[in-house]
Design a protein around this ligand. Structure first.
Ligand SMILES: *[C@@H]1O[C@H](CO)[C@@H](O)[C@H](O)[C@H]1NC(C)=O
Ligand SMILES: *[C@@H]1O[C@H](CO)[C@@H](O)[C@H](O)[C@H]1NC(C)=O
Ligand SMILES: *[C@@H]1O[C@H](CO)[C@@H](O)[C@H](O)[C@H]1NC(C)=O
Ligand SMILES: *[C@@H]1O[C@H](CO)[C@@H](O)[C@H](O)[C@H]1NC(C)=O
Ligand SMILES: *[C@@H]1O[C@H](CO)[C@@H](O)[C@H](O)[C@H]1NC(C)=O
Ligand SMILES: *[C@@H]1O[C@H](CO)[C@@H](O)[C@H](O)[C@H]1NC(C)=O
Ligand SMILES: *[C@@H]1O[C@H](CO)[C@@H](O)[C@H](O)[C@H]1NC(C)=O
Ligand SMILES: *[C@@H]1O[C@H](CO)[C@@H](O)[C@H](O)[C@H]1NC(C)=O
Ligand SMILES: *[C@@H]1O[C@H](CO)[C@@H](O)[C@H](O)[C@H]1NC(C)=O
Ligand SMILES: *[C@@H]1O[C@H](CO)[C@@H](O)[C@H](O)[C@H]1NC(C)=O
Length: 625
């Protein structure tokens, strides 16, 4: 009896170590048939007392942290015997990849597990350790490790490090920060907001600049963290050299991106709160497909035998393996929509307007049709589960008295007549954005107006240009574009980290500013637009106001610290609009309603054969904790 009891205790303890790596639970603890069965993974590895030689293992892709709660944070690393990724396509438990005809057994390429410990400390010398633990990883999950470090103090900075068990083989040092408690009313918070990082297009200087300046607490990523295409460039070779479809492909692609030094720097310094957009799976995705494929026999063949649904499963699984994100519903691995209470200062509501349950979008050949149905009441960007949760979250955030509501949306929310840019008079709006789902937008605005919810800040990516608007219900509620009255918040849409914008970067900035002038002429609520620069923005959030600072990174051809201050905006508590004069009346480039553009003054050689006529600041490349 006693020995039986201690045996089962031992088994429970062993299982606890294994399940410490939350990636083993993804996509679902509750449906082992959809993912990995823990007891079977443990059984497969338990006969092997000898783990891999610690010296053969490397921390191939740095460290990362994310999804901060007041008492815990997600920590991530990869510890592997190889730089390459696991090639199995296991998605259903039991479908092991390689069949050995001699032994008549399924075998795995590399079945020895890797044992790791981790420590979290209050100091960068890792002297004052506040929590620690153990976790395993293996080829089943591409040697990724994701643990939830708990028992932490709110709104506190910590350092963390992984180590291969029984050795001195340590990961790089990471730094992270927990969230304030929901009732904390003292915190001031800074966030850097990103979207659209295309690796072959150029270096991710935007990630590095915010990390080097070290002015923010958290990073928000609105998606298009990777791109699925088979495009590469001489300086930035992207793997694998195919359009990605299989689990291996997605793992390999994420791993390639996670070699950019500035991306690694950002991950090691800030906790991230990411969501995916379309390219984490495939361009212009929606619930049932994406622009490149029609979910037909033909597209199945085109994709090397991977169906549209299987491809999405592969993408989602690799995303959860590689991103420092919580799976908030273990019974629903497509769910990344989730929210964070950051003191009484703000609630951050992160949406999935893309892959979860979106009605059909523009696919290139059906755009006229999507325009025709764009005002249909039955269309949704999110599906009813998520929509109900979204509206409830807005109301509850207001009821609990959070000063601000920040809503992370992949795509631009405001109506934008883009005729002056790339659109045509026939198709004046971008129906892949909220403009293609007007009923969903109306329901959102109605929730805000009906419940008298103010201080709403929409954040958007996806578009590769900067769009700053008063948040308004056009044709429904009165709005005065010169004073801003009638609005119920602000939208900040940011440009891409490196994906191409509406203007060729070799064209003069003045030509791009001309397009922006057309855009602000045709859209009264669009107060600032700019399309030439790649970059990001920071929000500095206090009870009294939000300061938004937009930055441009002039050259992506080298890793450099150059950046331009493009524009600054303020939103005052209770004002529900951009402070006037918008942008202080003066921005660097683009076009500003009723304001001025300072334009070019000073010549700077960015050291790559191209020169610019703007005032740059240069953030030093050296970095210390
Ligand atoms: C132990 O590892 C070897 C090689 O890695 C594998 O062939 C064998 O099946 C494993 N044994 C058990 C019991 O899992
Ligand atoms: C994984 O899937 C790809 C594409 O279908 C296929 O080429 C490859 O052989 C598969 N790998 C394994 C180990 O089954
Ligand atoms: C992908 O692109 C590379 C480099 O341009 C090319 O060599 C390769 O043939 C392409 N692969 C496919 C499957 O098209
Ligand atoms: C998808 O279907 C449309 C309409 O039939 C067609 O024009 C398009 O070429 C198809 N695309 C693919 C990749 O099969
Ligand atoms: C969009 O703007 C153009 C001018 O660039 C105008 O002719 C057109 O009527 C506008 N369309 C809509 C739907 O507002
Ligand atoms: C959404 O609101 C606009 C402005 O009032 C209106 O024109 C449109 O018909 C509404 N659409 C739906 C589906 O409610
Ligand atoms: C709406 O909220 C504001 C404060 O945010 C308050 O002053 C006003 O009385 C409220 N109006 C209604 C109709 O509840
Ligand atoms: C934005 O504000 C910063 C100070 O925080 C200032 O240095 C910068 O010049 C401003 N940028 C613009 C375009 O006004
Ligand atoms: C724009 O510049 C003009 C000329 O310098 C100036 O009179 C005007 O006040 C400026 N506008 C704003 C909004 O600052
Ligand atoms: C650039 O810097 C110079 C000198 O500091 C200043 O006079 C000029 O106004 C600046 N130009 C812009 C566009 O900010």
């Amino acid at each position: 009896m006693l020995s039986l009891l201690s045996l089962s205790l031992l088994a429970t303890a062993a299982l606890a170590d294994w399940s410490g790596n939350v990636n083993y639970g993804s996509p679902s603890y509750l449906h082992p048939a959809l993912g990995l069965s823990m007891p079977k993974v443990v059984k497969r590895h338990s006969g092997n007392a000898s783990y891999m030689d610690p010296a053969s293992l490397s921390f191939t892709h740095g460290v990362a942290s994310g999804d901060p709660y007041p008492d815990s944070v997600i920590l991530w690393t990869r510890a592997a015997p190889m730089m390459d990724n696991d090639r199995s396509n296991v998605t259903v438990e039991g479908t092991v990849p390689l069949y050995n005809h001699d032994t008549k057994e399924y075998v795995r390429a590399s079945s020895s597990p890797v044992c790791l410990t981790y420590e979290v400390a209050s100091d960068s010398h890792m002297m004052d350790v506040v929590t620690s633990g153990k976790a395993y990883t293996s080829s089943d999950i591409d040697y990724t490790v994701k643990v939830e470090a708990g028992g932490l103090e709110p709104f506190t900075q910590y350092y963390y490090q992984f180590c291969v068990c029984g050795s001195n083989n340590k990961s790089p040092l990471g730094r992270t920060k927990t969230a304030p408690t929901a009732d904390d009313d003292t915190a001031n918070v800074g966030v850097a907001v990103y979207s659209c990082s295309n690796f072959p297009n150029g270096f991710f200087n935007s990630y590095g600049n915010a990390a080097r300046k070290d002015d923010v607490d958290y990073v928000i990523h609105l998606g298009d963290y990777i791109y699925e295409y088979n495009t590469t460039s001489e300086k930035r070779v992207v793997q694998p050299e195919v359009e990605i479809h299989t689990l291996y492909d997605y793992r390999r692609r994420l791993a390639t991106y996670r070699t950019d030094e500035d991306l690694l720097l950002s991950h090691s310094k800030f906790p991230w709160i990411p969501v995916w957009d379309d390219h984490e799976v495939s361009n212009n995705g929606y619930r049932d497909g994406s622009s490149g494929m029609n979910n037909t026999e033909d597209s199945f063949e085109m994709a090397g035998g991977v169906s549209v649904d299987q491809r999405k499963m592969n993408a989602v699984r690799a995303y959860f393996e590689w991103m420092p994100i919580r799976q908030v519903d273990m019974d629903n691995n497509l769910r990344i929509w989730r929210s964070f209470s950051i003191g009484t200062l703000f609630d951050l509501i992160m949406l999935d307007t893309r892959n979860y349950d979106r009605s059909i979008t523009t696919l290139g050949w059906n755009d006229e049709y999507v325009k025709d149905i764009s005002n249909d009441a039955g269309r949704t960007l999110m599906g009813s589960d998520q929509e109900n949760w979204f509206y409830r979250s807005l109301v509850e955030s207001n009821e609990r008295g959070a000063t601000w509501r920040l809503i992370g949306s992949q795509i631009v929310f405001s109506r934008i007549n883009q005729t002056a840019s790339w659109a045509t008079l026939d198709l004046p709006l971008n129906y892949d954005q909220w403009d293609g789902y007007m009923a969903n937008r109306n329901r959102t605005l109605k929730t805000l107006y009906d419940n008298n919810i103010s201080n709403n800040i929409m954040l958007a990516g996806d578009s590769h240009a900067n769009w700053v608007s008063d948040l308004v219900w056009l044709d429904e509620k009165p709005y005065n574009p010169s004073t801003g009255s009638g609005a119920l918040g602000v939208e900040f849409g940011g440009t891409a980290v490196s994906s191409s914008g509406p203007c060729d970067e070799d064209e003069p900035i003045s030509a791009c500013n001309e397009i922006s002038r057309g855009l602000i002429r045709d859209n009264e609520e669009l107060q600032w637009n700019e399309g030439w620069y790649r970059g990001y923005f920071e929000l500095h959030i206090s009870k009294e106001k939000i300061d938004a600072r937009f930055f441009g990174t002039p050259s992506l051809q080298t890793r450099n610290g150059y950046e331009v201050s493009l524009a600054n905006f303020t939103v005052v508590d209770g004002a529900n609009k951009l402070s006037r004069p918008v942008g202080g009346g003066l921005v660097q480039d683009g076009a500003l309603q009723g304001g001025n553009v300072s334009g070019s003054k000073v010549t700077v050689d960015t050291n790559d054969g191209r020169w610019f006529v703007h005032n740059f600041t240069r953030v030093t490349l050296e970095t210390t904790y």
